[in-house]
Design a protein around this ligand. Structure first.
Ligand SMILES: [Zn+2]
Ligand SMILES: [Zn+2]
Length: 281
């Protein structure tokens, strides 16, 4: 399997960092985790369009993680030659969010159905609201579901994708917790959203300070990775955005972890079997 960071941004707009989204591919199966700002554009850069996705997983319903689900649904719909459902797995609340998204797009759906004779039905989304402890099969890939701790965002989920001898945990947002630790044990890679506690603390904004109590600092992510003995810690969702000038500072803050530390940009790709990193998918 390979994991590609499609978007390494956060709610803070940045020209080089799309919103949170991660692609996992293996054995001709493609899984998308979260649908942040610009996800369809970044998918295209990875050689995929939404109709090529097998399942979309949502870690939680914060806007930065779901803002472009409408684009994934609509583009999946209009680019499929024959009607095919888009499968979406997420926490409780996902079905209502998908229903509201479809309602928001209803005029567009009417326009396209009226215009294209070969478009015979409205977008079709199959939602599974997953519970911690469950697992979901997608082709040959197995995805285990666990609770993450991103309170007051509840429920929020972390996922572990397993195939043959490799595995990757998509932790989403949140602070370290026992259920994440258990999910991480022995994984090939651990993708964690991270914030620079040292920099955020120095900014006199209570709204920004608030983010510290429900996101992992780099040191916390490194400690989780070390406890679980994962092969690689992959940072994403950088607050503030990582730059070439600050990249080594981020890496240095993860010094509590003995494995590979990946401080990548959008489209950085990790081969889970070899732990080779490349700048493009
Ligand atoms: Zn969040
Ligand atoms: Zn977020």
């Amino acid at each position: 399997m390979k994991v590609t960071l499609l978007g390494t941004g956060s709610p803070i707009p940045h020209p080089d960092h799309a919103g949170p989204a991660t692609l996992v591919r293996g054995s001709d199966t493609a899984l998308l985790f979260d649908c942040g700002r610009g996800v369809v554009t970044r998918l295209a850069a990875a050689g995929l369009v939404p109709s090529m996705l097998d399942t979309v997983f949502l870690t939680h319903l914060h806007s930065d993680h779901v803002s472009d689900l409408n684009d994934v649904i609509t583009t999946h719909w209009v680019m499929n030659v024959a009607p095919r459902a888009l499968r979406v797995v997420g926490p409780v609340g996902t079905a209502a969010f998908v229903d509201a998204t479809l309602a928001a797009m209803s005029r567009d759906v009417e326009f396209r159905l009226a215009h294209h004779a070969d478009l015979t039905r409205a977008p079709w989304v199959e939602v599974t609201e997953a519970q911690p402890g469950e697992s979901v099969a997608v082709g040959p890939l197995r995805v285990r579901v666990a609770a993450s701790d991103h309170r007051p965002v509840t429920p929020s989920l972390a996922y572990r994708v397993e195939h043959e001898a490799t595995s990757v945990v998509i932790a989403g947002d949140g602070v370290p917790c026992a259920t994440l630790d258990e999910l991480l044990v022995g994984a090939s890679a651990y993708v964690q959203t991270v914030v620079r506690e040292d920099l955020v603390r120095a900014i006199p904004s209570t709204r920004l300070q608030d983010i510290l109590d429900y996101h992992s600092s780099v040191a916390q992510a490194a400690a989780s990775a070390q406890r679980a003995g994962v092969g690689a810690l992959v940072m994403t969702h950088y607050v503030p955005p990582v730059t070439d000038e600050t990249r080594e500072e981020w890496r240095a803050l993860a010094r509590g972890f003995d494995g590979l530390v990946v401080v990548g940009d959008d489209l950085t790709t990790l081969d889970l079997a070899t732990l080779e990193v490349s700048a493009t998918p």
